[in-house]
Design a protein around this ligand. Structure first.
Ligand code: NDP
Ligand code: HSE
Length: 444
């Protein structure tokens, strides 16, 4: 059978990995796909660099639309990134009847509803394995491997840059800025690293997993997003003393009233496997009613790990593109007409309705009665305390210090209740600095 022809838009970190892996493993990939998969055209703004990357025999253009207009191209890979030109090109490729493969989680999390609808109307596939957790085949697992299950929750370390930063800060005592620069040098960080450190990239990814897990539309605008920029070294240390590690988790959970969709730093018990995922590695824990807990671990970023996922999509398309569109795997795992509407039976819940447990750190005056006042407010609000740790004032503020840190772990509480009681504690004259609140996930 004639090789399937592919046009590549953007040959940067991931694009060059796709090109190289496809070249290197072409014979095995052909045997798996049942036909050859050939990149015959590449578009990049920097044509000279792109030509140097692909060598002779492949047409390199600087206008991506020349690829979309080429009737011989069957699949367009979008590896430019962002919501701007990438969105226009993906929609134009779909309109031209091309299948699309993309690693662009930002684009799909924000414009997924429009893009999947356009693809369904045109009978083409939009594949995005690389958009979540890089090289880990988590989309395939959620959409196909776990299809028998009523999925209950997903919790993942799905941003390599922030996990790298947290790991290096904890284990080597390095500063945030130094480690961020290293993540950028290694190609993990997004073009705009604020997306990584403010939790936006992880929120894009968990939004996609949430849609696939629960059969709901892609709703990035309803996700709660909190990054790692406000985390202090002291909290990383105290968490460790209490038997926890701090990880930036993307969490989505089906509860009675709807779906939780949130990204924030979380204390995770050190004994959990996911707490020991270090460096730029990613891991996703999925809980299903039949299978129980499953864990997926691997490289979530980088040139060839991400290329591995992009090429898996190319193989899927090569196998399935002659199938009747109605008999292909649905983009979001559930048949499109069965997705619950955004305000329907499974709404994404506001953060105030989320129920979780908490780590609180209060900088307090080291005097009699302070602990009693604080715990009294928690008791009045019905918040149950799991553990309390009080540091020696000297240890916190140096010799002769009159201030100390009070660390409280709570049992499960509604976030709205916690907001109110934190405001009350903050108003106490003996609470001397803004209270630190980090959510805690036992993941059991
Ligand atoms: P890069 O910035 O390394 O590559 C993007 C490439 O696209 C650059 O070569 C850029 O050229 C080119 N480009 C920009 N605009 C155009 C255009 N209009 N037409 C053609 N080419 C264009 O990004 P990455 O490879 O890191 O990321 C690509 C996508 O993959 C993003 O969506 C990213 O979020 C996603 N991703 C990345 C991962 C990673 O580890 N890097 C992991 C998982 C997903 P120039 O440099 O000249 O601007
Ligand atoms: N910036 C992302 C990360 C790349 O650090 O995980 C992979 O999506």
């Amino acid at each position: 059978m004639k090789p399937i022809q592919v046009g590549l838009l953007g040959i940067g970190t991931v694009g060059s990995g796709v090109f190289n892996v496809l070249q290197r493993n072409q014979e095995e990939i052909r045997r798996r796909a049942g036909r050859g998969i050939e990149i015959t055209m590449v578009a990049d703004l920097d044509v000279d660099r792109a030509k140097a990357a692909v060598g002779d025999g492949i047409e390199v253009v600087n206008d991506a639309r020349a690829i979309i207009a080429n009737p011989d191209i069957d699949i367009v890979i979008e590896l430019i990134g962002g919501y701007g030109i990438a969105r226009a090109l993906v929609l134009e490729a779909i309109a031209a009847g091309k299948h699309v493969v993309t690693a662009n989680k930002a684009l799909l999390a924000v414009h997924g509803t429009e893009i999947f609808a356009a693809a369904s109307a045109k009978g083409v596939m939009v594949a995005f394995e690389a958009a979540v957790a890089g090289g880990i085949p988590i989309i395939k697992a959620l959409r196909e491997g776990l299809t028998a299950n009523r999925l209950q929750w997903i919790a993942g370390i799905i941003n390599g840059t922030t996990n790298f930063i947290l790991s290096e800060m904890r284990s080597k005592g390095l500063d945030f800025d130094v480690v961020l620069k290293e993540a950028q040098r290694l190609g993990y960080a997004e073009a705009d690293p604020t997306f990584d450190i403010e939790g936006v990239d992880a929120a894009h990814k968990v939004t996609l997993m949430s849609a696939i897990a629960f059969g709901i539309p892609v709703q990035f605008d309803k996700a709660y997003v909190e990054g790692i920029t406000k985390l202090g070294a002291a909290d990383i240390k105290y968490a460790e003393q209490l038997g926890y590690r701090i990880k930036l988790l993307g969490i989505t959970k089906r509860v009675d009233k709807g779906v939780e969709l949130r990204v924030h730093p979380s204390l995770v018990p050190s004994k959990r496997l996911i707490a020991n995922v270090e460096g730029a590695m990613n891991a996703v824990v999925v809980q299903g009613d039949a299978v129980g807990t499953t864990l997926y671990y691997g490289k979530g970023a980088g040139s060839e790990p991400t290329a591995s996922a992009v090429i898996a999509d190319l193989v899927d398309i090569a196998r399935l593109h002659t199938a009747d569109p109605e008999h292909r795997v649905p983009h979001l795992a559930f048949q499109a007409h069965t997705l619950t509407d955004a305000m329907g039976t499974l709404p994404v819940l506001p953060m105030s309705e989320v129920v979780t447990s908490y780590y609180l750190r209060l900088r307090v005056a080291d005097q009699a009665g302070v602990l009693a006042k604080v715990t009294g407010l928690l008791a009045e609000a019905g918040v149950s305390i799991d553990a309390v740790l009080q540091r020696e004032a000297d240890e916190v503020g140096g010799e002769g210090s009159t201030q100390t840190d009070l660390i409280i772990l709570t049992h499960d509480t509604r976030e709205g209740t916690m907001d109110a009681v934190i405001a009350q504690m903050q108003a106490l004259p003996t609470v001397l600095a803004p209270i630190t609140r980090i959510r805690k996930e036992e993941l059991n």
